[in-house]
Structures are given as structure tokens and as C-alpha cells.
Design a protein around this ligand. Structure first.
Ligand SMILES: [Zn+2]
Length: 83
């Protein structure tokens, strides 16, 4: 995760308490009838589309908003902490 400041865009006050959720994709092949996992597919499987979404999601530890890390970073950037 980034080491730049976060600020919650919803409550607008929280800069310090967060839940950082790491998104780790798991590629699977399912039984079409039961939904049971038949096999785990390798990340280098040429047929499987790979996940290119966000590595992290962030939840505000005060109001509960869940958003991309980018949102928290950008809001902090546009509302710097006055010194
Ligand atoms: Zn918040």
C-alpha cells in the first residue's frame, strides 16, 4: 500500500483509522452443476483472463465507507492537513 496520507472522502475528518483490504485473486474452475471447485488455475494459464483490478480496497475506520485507495489518497491530496 501507499505511504502517502489518506483522508476519508465521506466523513472528511478521518486521516488515521482505516481497514486496508488486500485483494488476492484466486482463479478456479468449478463443477457446472454443483459449484464445487474442481481445480485451482495457475496465474499463468493462457486461457484465463487475469485480474487487473485494484490491489487494495480501503475502509474508513470511523464511518465505514469502502472505496479504492486512490479515492482516499486523492481526497487527502486536495485537503492537506494544515500545519
Ligand atoms: Zn469516513
Amino acid at each position: 500500500m501507499s505511504s502517502a496520507p489518506y483522508l476519508c472522502p465521506k466523513c472528511g475528518t478521518n486521516r488515521s483509522r482505516f481497514n486496508v483490504i488486500e485483494q488476492i485473486p484466486q482463479s478456479v474452475r468449478l463443477d457446472m452443476h454443483t459449484g464445487e471447485i474442481i481445480e485451482y488455475i495457475s496465474q499463468s494459464d493462457p486461457i484465463q483472463v487475469q485480474y487487473h483490478g485494484d490491489r487494495y480496497r480501503v475502509q474508513c475506520g470511523v464511518c465505514g465507507l469502502i472505496e479504492t485507495e486512490e479515492m482516499f489518497l486523492r481526497f487527502a491530496e486536495s485537503h492537506p492537513l494544515s500545519t
